[in-house]
Design a binder for this molecule. Structure first.
Ligand SMILES: [Zn+2]
Length: 125
């Protein structure tokens, strides 16, 4: 441990930060957002299904210590959730923080990704 964490605006890492379930049900288009790892450039795709799954999860898949460290640099507010995973390319831990976008759409709320918490590998500056 001992790696530092960095909070980055979602727009800097994802090509899409707004996910609308209504678009998916009416146009049959899955809105996909791609997160690009700043350390190894591996990309990871997210969609409303991914976000919904993380919303329903009660504990972080990366463990309580990671969750506590993230909470210290960027607390999760009410109606916010975290998607925690490790980069498939370089194993760096990532937390994507997202919330509701305020509007109902067909009984489901839109999601908006707000921040990304990234572990800075010891080897990097
Ligand atoms: Zn990576």
């Amino acid at each position: 441990m001992g790696e530092r964490l960095r909070v980055t605006p979602a727009e800097a890492r994802l090509d899409r930060v707004s996910f609308n379930p209504k678009t998916e049900s009416s146009d049959h288009v899955i809105e996909v957002g791609t997160y690009v790892c700043p350390w190894c450039s591996k990309s990871i795709q997210l969609n409303t299904g991914t976000l919904r799954q993380f919303q329903e999860a009660k504990v972080s898949p990366l463990g309580a210590e990671w969750a506590d460290r993230c909470e210290r640099v960027r607390p999760i507010g009410p109606w916010e959730w975290a998607a925690d995973f490790r980069c498939a390319g370089c194993d760096a831990a990532v937390r994507i923080i997202y919330g509701h976008d305020g509007e109902f759409a067909m009984g489901a709320r839109k999601y908006r990704v707000r921040h990304v918490v990234e572990e800075i590998p010891n080897a990097a500056g």
